[in-house]
Design a protein around this ligand. Structure first.
Ligand code: FFO
Ligand code: ATP
Length: 187
């Protein structure tokens, strides 16, 4: 556990140092590669997070999804059980800054979507390995979600988030794909 925390802290520090310009440039490349994936093209309902400033920018992805006629659902965390429920948003006015400074759906304005109605889950992450392991913020939210999720999933990351090793935890779920600004890792 301790080692995970060190990798997380160092990676987040490095990510926060990346300039906005660099973030934007790489995010644009990641977005283009994402749109080439068959999982994206065939999905009607996309489950995706609202990015923080240093994460791969998902706002342009969400806007494009709306333009492509797709349904966008974003997670709301339940800290007491560390579970997430996804709600459909049709504009950014449907989200508010809430838990842990994340942007989450305003429950009163949105409708919950069941897990089995999501075609593609687009995951964030702090660090990834070249064999498909993922390190998140340490909530275990996605490990729990993926343990019962049957749809497609892939993760978005900067190439700089690919690391040699991450300590394994029995709950850790392997990624199927990670899309970076340089390539698509398929596991
Ligand atoms: N933009 C974005 N949204 C996302 C994620 C993400 O990685 N990025 N998540 C990806 O999983 C989920 C949120 N994951 C979280 C995991 C842990 C904690 C957490 O433990 N927070 C502590 C304080 C953290 C700290 O030490 O600063 C707390 O609130 O008590 C919060 C969110 C869902 N939404
Ligand atoms: N399926 C699960 N059922 C029960 N507990 C789980 C499950 N998955 C993870 N956990 C627990 O959640 C905690 C956090 O897990 P971990 O450090 O792997 O999170 P993470 O992948 O970094 O975070 P996140 O998924 O939120 O981005 C650990 O204590 C882990 O044991």
């Amino acid at each position: 556990m301790g080692e995970k925390r060190v990798i997380r802290k160092e990676m987040l520090q490095a990510l926060r140092k990346q300039s906005e310009e660099e973030n934007q440039e790489k995010s644009t490349a990641i977005t283009s590669l994402l749109f080439e994936q068959s999982e994206w093209q065939s999905a009607n309902v996309i489950g995706i997070t609202i990015s923080l400033s240093y994460e791969v920018n998902t706002r342009a992805i969400i806007e494009a999804a709306w333009e492509q006629g797709k349904i966008v659902v974003v997670p709301k965390c339940k800290p007491s059980t560390r579970e997430m429920t996804f709600y459909r948003i049709t504009s950014f006015a449907d989200v508010e800054e809430s838990y842990s400074n994340l942007f989450e759906p305003i429950v009163e304005k949105t409708i919950a979507y069941a897990q089995n109605s999501i075609d593609l889950l687009v995951l964030p992450g702090v660090a990834f390995t070249r064999d498909g392991r993922r390190l998140g913020y340490g909530g275990g939210y996605y490990d729990r979600y993926l343990s019962i999720f049957t749809g497609n999933h892939l993760a978005l990351a900067y190439e700089s988030q690919m690391v040699k090793d991450i300590p394994i935890n029995e709950h850790d779920k392997k990624m199927k794909k990670v899309v970076t600004e340089e390539k698509v890792y398929v596991f």
